[in-house]
Design a protein around this ligand. Structure first.
Ligand code: ATP
Ligand code: MG
Length: 570
């Protein structure tokens, strides 16, 4: 299973240049003059949660297609369910789409803007004898509906006259009836093998305030009655949606045909699934509400705001969306592909600094007391324009505890008694003495000598040292809190929980570890979301909680992924 996935990801990496099937359709349509050569897409979120990486895929696809073929993309909020919607979500969605790098100009629409129009459409269906008001309760309706193998039965209200239906529907609108007393249904076919065509509900009564229309309405269109019609009103050419809407398409087509209105073309693609990742908004909300994470923007969340806080860049997400391609059938993408895209981008843009996660003190015995030298350090070897900075060197430094071994195995090129290593950008040092805690025997300090002729880390006489290690000056280092994240779920498929049906048993209890890190002083002025590579350690991003008094970094991603072959190549 795992191998097949990896092979697939590699193939997808190679195929990024080839066209995906939606591009083929669009190009055919442009060639044939369908829609007069126009291309107009939309991204249609329901404002009932924060966007996640699956939405990012859809955003990149819709905006990307239009941009590629000189078209337009609308941002449309499908806000037909006042129970779950909120302006908090609207605002976050706009921020996230913008942050990803896309622009909808003034084309910001709301299904609720069309409530008047949708009401007229419903009236038109009633007038044509294609919709009726039904008084069956929810339970009765379920019984009448039949099953996949059994046809349904007609509602006893199905043959109401047009006038009676018009009258009742108006009364529904005027607030005469309580919630659930009546619904408006399409009159299609109670025996259709497609359950969605068995007289689906078009409108329901909800005496609930809407976040945009307030109390103007107490009947609201069902998503299925709104979505296709909104696309039609906006003259969308290609209505791109995920596979689960394939079975809805006959209903959408029926509505458009009966209403005799402009018909967009619906195209379905497979939703993005990622290993170790949960993408249902309902469940993400549950994680937030239940305090399993610190909020929608917890850096472990697959939400766009969580990924942003974690240290993802818009470029890395767009690149990922490109690499996964567009599939016609459901699949699961290995999360290491996402991490690969992240590393690839951060490698180009992150400033290098030195930071010590597990300090071991080293005293340079022959270095003058109180002397400080400011050494030149390259900011980013991948980007000459990034320049260089000065880092302080002094008599007492910290190195990484695991860069020293008292009894090293063969081929260990870092510090051990008697060995010489290069301190990056500073000097060659040689380990002369190991100090231990008399009680525990733990190594607490090393005494080393340095070679003044090796300044800058250059060999004075062609003498070779194989190991180069990072370090910070004890007196100059800044102490920062670092938050080390791991996957939020321990299972590749978070929903896989055998006998129970609660995915929460798969939450990784060790998904966050907090520790202190000692960092060179150049990061003092870093702003929130600034990104760094702590050399040899990983990529880190300044968290929102960081202050000049207390720096806080999120570990964005480790340098190399031990989990995957693909990532091992970078
Ligand atoms: P969820 O199932 O998580 O609640 P949703 O599909 O109901 O999500 P919407 O707000 O309706 O969320 O989604 C807006 C758009 O994003 C839709 O066009 C939907 O098809 C698309 N989308 C949602 N999830 C994914 C995904 N995992 N991969 C690709 N596109 C997605
Ligand atoms: Mg949806």
């Amino acid at each position: 299973m795992k191998d097949a996935l990896e092979e697939k990801d590699c193939n997808e990496l190679k195929e990024t240049e080839s066209k995906h099937f939606i591009q083929e359709i669009v190009e055919d349509d442009i060639r044939s003059g369908k829609f007069q050569g126009r291309i107009h897409t939309r991204f249609p979120p329901e404002p009932n949660g924060y966007l996640h990486i699956g939405h990012a895929k859809s955003i990149c696809l819709n905006f990307g297609l239009a941009a590629k073929y000189g078209g337009l993309t609308n941002l449309r909020f499908d806000d037909t369910n006042p129970v779950k919607e909120d302006t908090e979500y609207v605002d976050s969605i706009k921020e996230d789409v913008r942050w990803l790098g896309f622009n909808w100009d003034d084309r910001e629409y709301y299904a609720s803007d069309y409530f008047g129009k949708l009401y007229e459409y419903a009236v038109k269906l009633i007038e044509k004898g294609k919709a009726y008001v039904c008084d069956l309760s929810q339970e009765e309706m379920a019984q009448y509906r039949g099953t996949v193998i059994q046809p349904g039965k007609n509602s006893p209200y199905r043959d109401r006259s047009v006038d009676e239906n018009l009258n009742l529907f108006q009364q529904m609108k005027n607030g005469v009836f309580p919630d659930g007393a009546k619904v408006l249904r399409a009159k299609i076919d109670m025996a259709s093998p497609n359950m969605l065509l068995r007289d689906p509900i078009l409108y329901r009564i909800l005496h609930i305030e809407h976040h945009r229309t307030g109390n103007a309405w107490c009947i609201y269109p069902m998503y299925d009655f709104a979505h296709g019609q909104c696309d039609s009103i906006e003259k969308i050419t290609h209505s791109i949606c995920t596979l689960e809407f394939e079975v809805h398409r006959p209903l959408y087509d029926w509505l458009i045909r009966e209403l005799e209105i402009y018909a967009p073309q619906q195209i379905e693609f497979a939703r993005l699934n990622l290993t170790y990742t949960m993408m249902s908004k309902r469940k993400l909300l549950e994680l937030v509400k239940g305090g399993f994470v610190s909020g929608w923007d917890d850096p472990r969340m697959p939400t766009i705001c969580g990924l942003r806080r974690r240290g993802f860049t818009p470029e890395s997400l767009r690149n990922f969306a490109e690499k996964v391609g567009v599939a016609r059938r459901d699949n699961v993408i290995d999360i290491s592909l996402l991490e690969f895209c992240l590393r690839e981008d951060l490698n180009k843009r992150a400033m290098r600094v030195m930071g010590i996660m597990n300090p071991l003190k080293v005293t340079i015995s022959n270095y003058p007391e109180n002397q400080v030298e400011w050494m030149d350090a390259v900011n980013n070897p991948e980007d000459c324009a990034a320049g260089s900075r000065k880092i302080p060197f002094s008599k007492e430094i910290y190195i990484e505890r695991d860069d020293f071994m008292e009894d090293p195995p063969k081929k260990y090129f870092r510090l051990f008694p008697g060995s010489e290593v290069r301190l990056r950008y500073a000097y060659f040092i040689k380990c002369e003495e190991v100090l231990k805690d008399p009680v525990t025997g733990e190594v607490i300090e090393l005494r080393c000598s340095y070679d003044p002729a090796s300044q800058g880390g250059n060999s004075p006489d062609g003498r070779k040292v194989k190991g180069t290690i990072h370090w910070v000056s004890v007196n100059h280092a800044l102490q920062a809190e670092v938050r080390l994240y791991d996957r939020l779920f321990v299972k590749e498929n978070p929903e896989d929980c055998e006998d129970c049906d609660d995915y929460k048993v798969n939450i990784n209890p060790d998904s966050l570890k907090i520790q202190t890190c000692f960092i060179e002083p150049s990061v003092k002025e870093a702003a929130k979301l600034d990104k760094f590579q702590f050399e040899r350690v990983g990529y880190f991003t300044v968290d929102y909680d960081s202050t000049p008094q207390k720096l806080v970094f999120n570990r964005t991603v480790t340098l190399k992924d031990s989990w995957s072959k693909i990532a091992g190549k970078d």
